[in-house]
Design a protein around this ligand. Sequence first.
Ligand code: FUC
Length: 770
Amino acid sequence: MSEMRTPLRFALGALAAVSLWAQEPLTLWYRQPAKLWVEALPVGNGRLGAMVFGGVAHERIQFNEQTVWTGEPHNYAHPGAYQHLGKIRELLWAGKQKEAEDLAMKEFMSQPIRQKAYQAFGDIVLDFPNIAEDQVTGYKRSLDLDTGIASVEYTVQGVTYKREVFASYPANVLVVRLTASKPGALSFDVSLKSAHEGATIAALPSGEISMSGAVSGGAIRYEARLLGQPHVRNADSATLILSGATNFKNYQDVSADPTARNGTVLAAVRNKNYDALRAEHLADYQPLFRRVSLDLGATAAAKLPTDERIAKFATGNDPALVTLVFQYGRYLMLGCSRHGGQPSNLQGLWNESNNPPWDSKYTDNINTQMNYWPVEETNLPESHLPLFDALKELAQSGALTAREHYNAGGWVLHHNFDLWRGTAPINASNHGIWQTGGAWLSTHLWEHYLFSGDKAFLRDTAYPLMKGAAQFFVDTLVKDPKTGSLITGPSNSPEQGGLVMGPTMDRQIVRTLFGETIAAGNILHVDAPLRGKLSDLRKQIAPNAIGQHGQLQEWMEDKDDPQNKHRHQSHLFGVYPGFEITPYGTPDLFKAARQSLIFRGDEATGWSMGWKVNLWARFLDGDHAYKILQNLIVPASDKPAHAGLFANLFDAHPPFQIDGNFGATAGITGMLLQSQDPYGTPTSLTPVETGEAAFIHLLPALPSALPNGKVTGLRARGVVGVDIEWRNGKLVRAVLTPRESKPIKVRYAGREVEIQAKAGQTYNIGPDLK
Ligand code: FUC
């Protein structure tokens, strides 16, 4: 038992919370500039992003725009691939995996076999000629999550210099503000630097700097334009405004004019002063960010710079760092996924490389999904919309892939997509052929409905996409010759074991998708024959099985290795984010799934630990979930390149992958509130799962390390707002605000009560559930 669990420590922690909390609860800060990119501080408006290094005599603000990619509009489907589908299946059933993979590699893969890469854009470079670095005092750089503003502050020879940087969604620009505390003390030179060869950089007579060019070997043309004088001397203050655009309109159309786009954006801000831009940014950002507040108390550790706090977290007592990590995920979400933009890619939208790991594209056998795990519960549902816009396009390109690769209707997405909406299997047949990426992402549409109750969204956006995703499996599920059950295939259990028929995860996802499509069709009173068909097929899909080690089987065969520590734990989809394996509905499977997670261990790559926090929360084990969080919140340098947090709290996975951050935010939420039905089974959807009732589980996995706290503004399935307060590990009070009239079952500490809730009423729930 660690020392922080002693009652005295708790009492001190609670007292300290009172005095410290008001100071800087939601600020990342440092005593030195960033040396590495992963120490710089991110800002973003869901389209443009920047990394602020905070240099003293030389500042680098590295920026991105979401549509700067290699490549061009392209259909990646492999014509006629479907002619080999039967043979690949036969080989797999005959136990000839290698031959099947070889044949698939030759005849069944995307053309070309790799997708395209997200790119860096450029840097804003500031040089301060008169600043002597060795005379600097009082240096501090920080990022205030409550305002979305990154700041740098230092004093030289009696002059205090300040910089503020933010990304404005309403103005669609990056804004840099510089001030000096003495009149006339501010002098600097500003320039733009392109991340691409052959850029044209010019100072325009209009007092702007333009940087334009093309991504080599592709269709994307870009322009960044900075409003501001290149050489500033003896000023009191200065404001720089950056607009950035490309010719990208959608995955099939690159006919936009980046220069015209920047012209329009800058014309709208040209006559706004800094205070007006800042106020406009806050009026947009703060109401979204402030929808959720979390207070877990604070100790003296909360006063330290963020990098020092990360280093001490696993062995110390710093609950406020959990809060910061939780809210940082929400901050990053608003930075990289706003309505009208592209979805969040492997690095959100922050990327300094033209050859980033996994091309910084969209890996959807876990990573893209994890990017959106916290979005509904933590009250940023609008941030889900870019993903849904992408799904509309993926359903088009995925229909071509379904036709060419499977001779099937509907649409399919394999394990990756890019800006050009590639949906065919990429890289290698042993893991690239994985059929359920689109099906899994389609479950996000249903979740958005469950949390919002928005029937117009269900009818116009969600259902058509879900139906198409389901149709693909109506056409392609095959009978397993051994069991007679229906399975997918060829596919794999991401990303191990090679090409197989009917991996467990696929079957769970297809069951979930079919169930949700039936429920949606029911609500909308459409497609009765299809519903009948889906329901009939759903019952025939090969069930989850418990294997020889007491584990949940990852494959059709009982061949799991208890020593396997692989980062993917795909068959646990049914526990989280799925819900067909539950503590009270399927206790045996639940136990087996838990055993599988124990075999996988507590260490993993960054995003995998993000998943494990969520899984342990679903296993109702708060202390184990917290233990994983302690493995996640360590300096990345302690776990070279694959896990831990960098100084800027980016989750590591070389260089970083944002899924780990979002997984952590979702996992912390899951400790406090869960709203899936714990009585669910794989056979039929319960009223909670169809949205007719709600289930609120209060503090389902509260770690003993977080005994005191309060959260407000969370959302639960069934369209219920939830605030929760607890003390000494016990519920003090929960406030439920349902937006629809329906039964709500509330569970706390092993007891349940049912409320016949009325929309618009407020329900106060005490520890005795009264
Ligand atoms: C999956 C993971 C890797 C990495 C990549 C982007 O392939 O297995 O760890 O996160 O996505």
